[in-house]
Design a binder for this molecule. Structure first.
Ligand SMILES: [Zn+2]
Ligand SMILES: [Zn+2]
Ligand SMILES: [Zn+2]
Length: 126
């Protein structure tokens, strides 16, 4: 029974994230699910999806963690270095998958995670 509930939660959360044009926070997801699962379950599902390379975390300008779908990641590693746009007005975070900033680090620095965030005003708020 418990297992089945979790499967539904995963499916629902994935569905929400894949249909959303912007990244969603835990609170957004909880609100959209409308009591279908509790906050701990949502955290667990999101952690699991992140580990599996299905979604990635972004920290928005308010310091809130939001989640977005990955396109080419695997359970072994996340590999994307696209830009995230954080709107100062509506606080939406959007993955700009085609924008990949390039950078070069000094020797002996090993990169594990890349998180580029640019803030400003999104097209909906302009
Ligand atoms: Zn990823
Ligand atoms: Zn906006
Ligand atoms: Zn992204």
């Amino acid at each position: 029974m418990k297992h089945r509930r979790n499967t539904t939660a995963t499916a629902e959360i994935l569905n929400l994230l894949s249909q959303s044009k912007t990244a969603l926070s835990h609170a957004n997801i909880q609100q959209s699910l409308d009591g279908l699962c509790n906050r701990v379950t949502i955290y667990r599902v999101l952690d699991r999806l992140t580990e599996d390379g299905v979604v990635h975390k972004i920290v928005n300008i308010d310091g809130v963690v939001v989640y977005a779908i990955c396109h080419t990641c695997t359970s072994k590693e996340h590999h994307h270095n696209h830009l995230h746009f954080s709107c100062e007005k509506c606080h939406a975070v959007t993955c700009l998958d085609n924008i990949e900033p390039s950078f070069k680090l000094p020797k002996k620095y090993k990169v594990n995670h890349v998180n580029f965030t640019v803030s400003g005003i999104c097209p909906l708020c302009c």
